[in-house]
Design a protein around this ligand. Structure first.
Ligand code: UD1
Length: 387
């Protein structure tokens, strides 16, 4: 099959790095980078460190309001699809690149394959929720990472073309996680400044990321910066890998971060995984990091009130808590899940030593499903090339 894959943001580059090599064993892939993310730390690094093929087409859509950014990608993708005439268009996740890629393809009657289909936070205030709902309703293949996602699709009447494939990010975490099991890696992460690396002891720091639109308003930033300051201690600093959009928003609001908060640029995949594995706990609003922390067994405070990855916060074994921006809830969660001191350090060391995550097998299942051809069209869905 001839497939145009549309990527554009950090998590999509990571997912494409997990799928693309497997896909290319039996399909022809044309990689389109929308350029939604363009900074080296958010985009370039992933091509190099994960071996992702250079894009065949770069659209340089860049930043803008949702409408401006989505429109730029739509207008950029359409001529590529007309020229390449693929049998399918592959989109990942829930970003504006996903929405625009799916919409441009569906309007041309080209079947859409949606990876990470069926996730719902049931919060339409999140731009990602709107993007994923629309992409799911346009997709011919819905590659669901979890049984819950399959059920969400069924609840919206989407059953044809739905396949439970597992989580692509787990395939990658299983592969790279093995390389970073030794805590000594912390001293040798190429993108972590040496001064910061020297301040980190395994099990004695918190790893944090904050990038969601919802966490970039001045009021929200005022609260989560205090929340991080509450958790940071000289003997257990917070390492914050800061998205450039959040950095700019903090500067515009004149907010500063407290002492014992070490700030870096966004990090590559390997560093991020290593820092999560050896942390006392993770504090994040990222869906990807939330899952990675769960696979690694690291306690996780989620700076959101809802999540589409409900499995990570459910059940007695869960070490993940939705704390939103509630400072008291965050303090209580960290005291329960990752108490400061020797016990926390031992827990982190034990976890790293016993890390043995199995791949989910998602990449192979997706590639095989596409190899079978376009599923029987339900209702109004059309085959590629049909009038
Ligand atoms: C996007 C996705 C989000 C995903 C995240 C992963 C949407 C709606 N959001 O959020 O779902 O979790 O990527 O990181 O698609 N910026 C830079 N450099 C860049 C890119 C962006 O500085 O390379 C800054 C710009 O100021 C920009 C802001 O970040 O306005 C937001 O970027 P945008 O692509 O709109 O969304 P993200 O917050 O990155």
């Amino acid at each position: 099959m001839r497939i145009v894959t549309v990527v554009g943001t950090r998590p999509q580059l990571i997912k494409a790095a997990a799928l693309s090599p497997v896909l290319r064993e039996r399909h022809v892939e044309i990689l389109v980078d929308t350029g939604q993310h363009y900074d080296e730390a958010l985009a370039g690094v992933f091509f190099r460190e994960l071996g992702l093929a250079q894009p065949d087409v770069s659209l340089d859509a860049g930043s803008g309001s949702h409408a401006v950014q989505t429109a730029a990608i739509l207008a950029g993708v359409e001529p590529v699809l007309l020229r390449e005439r693929p049998d399918a268009v592959m989109v990942y996740g829930d970003t504006n690149s996903t929405l625009a890629g799916a919409l441009a393809a569906a309007k041309l009657g080209i079947p859409v394959a949606h990876v990470e289909a069926g996730l719902r936070s049931f919060d339409r205030a999140m731009p990602e929720e709107i993007n994923r709902v629309v992409a799911d309703h346009l997709a011919t293949w819905s590659f669901a990472p979890t049984q819950g996602a399959v059920e969400n699709l069924a609840a919206e009447g989407i059953r044809a073309g739905v396949l439970l494939v597992g989580d692509l990010m787990q395939d990658l975490a299983a592969r790279v996680g093995r390389d970073v099991r030794d805590p000594a890696v912390l001293a040798h992460l190429s993108d972590l400044p040496a001064g910061i690396a020297a301040a980190l002891r395994p099990g004695s720091y918190l790893f944090a990321t904050v990038h969601r639109a919802d966490n970039r308003s001045p009021a929200a930033m005022d609260t989560w910066t205090r929340l991080l300051a509450d958790l940071a201690r000289p003997e257990r600093p917070v390492l914050l890998a800061l998205h450039p959009g959040t950095r700019a928003a903090l500067a515009a609001a004149g907010l500063t971060l407290g002492p014992d908060i070490l700030v870096t640029e966004p990090l590559g995949y390997r560093s991020s995984l290593a820092l999560q594995l050896h942390a006392a706990a993770v504090v994040t609003d990222s869906g990807g990091i939330q899952r990675e922390a769960a696979w690694l067994g690291t306690p996780c405070l989620v700076l959101r009130e809802t999540t589409e990855w409900v499995e990570t916060v459910r059940g007695p074994q869960s070490q993940s808590v939705l704390v939103g921006r509630d400072r008291a809830a965050a303090r209580a969660a960290i005291d329960r899940l990752a108490p400061i001191g020797e016990a926390g350090r031992v827990a982190a060391a034990t976890r790293a030593a016993s890390f043995d995550l199995a791949p989910a097998g998602a990449a192979t299942r997706i590639s095989d499903a596409l190899g079978v051809g376009v599923p029987a069209p339900p209702g109004r869905r059309r085959r590629a090339g049909a009038a």
